[in-house]
Design a protein around this ligand. Structure first.
Ligand code: SF4
Length: 212
């Protein structure tokens, strides 16, 4: 069983290692390494994104931090009591998650934000280890279809039995998997995902967790 968080020089995906090394040379002050899970293992709620953004988590070292997507994600988490403090797009902004954690299905930044199937597979053991290390987990929120599919594969569930849909919920084993469109700039700019739609999913997660 691998560690929950990969080694800084994890060698498993050659294309991503090359990309990482290119950016270590170009931007030596950036994080440029597999991004660890943010939050603690006692959390009841886990948010699963796809992969770090180049100038977001890959730069700052904290999931969604510095990404456009982080603005909506962290504001919503604060509103629903899953985080306290203020989000200022820096890992030292003092923002604290409350009963929640955030991770990515693929821990290294992929070119064009697109990990390949083999890269998703290579990184899956870290997602499995993360889930296994969180005994109190009640709800997992998959941001986007790829995160949803990765979660199903990780849990040994058939995709046909649990189709992705914004606002959908799937009772799987010891926790419920919730789906949302990814809170990316593209999805919010095109209106595919509105703030209200995103908040509605968080309201469902909050209710599930508060139900005990
Ligand atoms: S994506 Fe995951 S498995 Fe691939 S090199 Fe990065 S940390 Fe390792």
């Amino acid at each position: 069983m691998p560690a929950i968080d990969p080694d800084r020089d994890c060698p498993r995906c050659p294309r991503l290692v090359d990309f990482r090394n290119t950016w270590r040379t170009r931007e030596p002050d950036w994080f440029n390494a597999p991004v660890p899970t943010f939050g603690d293992r006692d959390a009841e709620f886990l948010v699963v994104g796809l992969a770090p953004g180049l100038r977001g988590a890959n730069c700052t070292g904290r999931p969604f931090t510095g990404d456009y997507a982080g603005d909506l994600l962290f504001a919503t988490m604060i509103d629903f009591g899953f985080a306290t403090g203020s989000y200022e797009a820096r890992p030292d902004d003092g923002l604290t998650l409350v009963g929640a954690a955030i991770t990515n299905a693929v821990r290294c930044v992929p070119p064009e934000n697109k990990p390949t199937g083999p890269e998703i597979r290579e990184c899956r053991p870290f997602l499995i280890a993360t889930l296994e290390a969180m005994p109190r987990l009640k709800a997992v929120l998959a941001l986007g279809r790829i995160a949803h599919d990765t979660m199903l594969t990780t849990l040994g569930e058939r995709r046909a039995a649990h189709p992705f849909g914004h606002g959908a919920r799937h009772d799987i084993g010891r926790f419920t998997l919730f789906d949302s469109y990814h809170c990316s700039r593209y999805n919010t700019n095109t209106g595919r995902l509105t703030e209200e739609m995103f908040r509605s999913v968080f309201a469902d997660v909050r209710a599930e967790i508060d139900a005990g």
